[in-house]
Design a protein around this ligand. Structure first.
Ligand SMILES: [Zn+2]
Length: 127
């Protein structure tokens, strides 16, 4: 499988996810970061904004999204965002919600964790 095919399938999931949030849950969604350079990642890692030296953002396989309810209040806790993560992770076995990270909460982050060692038995080859 080509990495660009995975990137495309990831974006199709993002599209489905955004539509589901907007149409089924009446949420307003705004976009955050998708692609991130190594320079940006180094800066985030050095300043504690990221806990990893390589992010799926660098592979164009992660996106940060912001969610607002009907009253304009931003969803920003694990309790209010959990249903988003459950749906995101149901779309593909490699999808991971940043709200489920062990070491810190990143509820606005949605990724396709294709290099994950915990999903090794499903590992695929990339060209
Ligand atoms: Zn992110």
């Amino acid at each position: 499988m080509k990495l660009s095919d995975e990137q495309f399938e990831f974006l199709l999931d993002v599209q489905m996810f955004i539509e589901w949030c907007a149409l089924e849950h009446n949420l307003k969604i705004t976009g955050g970061e998708l692609y991130r350079t190594q320079y940006q990642q180094n800066h985030y890692f050095a300043t504690g904004r990221s806990k990893v030296e390589h992010s799926y953002h660098q592979d164009r396989l992660a996106i940060d999204l912001n969610f607002f309810d009907g009253s304009g209040k931003q969803l920003n806790t694990k309790e209010t965002m959990r249903f988003l993560g459950v749906y995101w992770e149901s779309l593909n076995p490699f999808n991971v919600w940043g709200g489920n990270y062990r070491n810190f909460f990143d509820g606005n982050h949605f990724e396709r964790a294709i290099w994950s060692t915990s999903k090794k038995n499903q590992e695929r080859e990339y060209e």
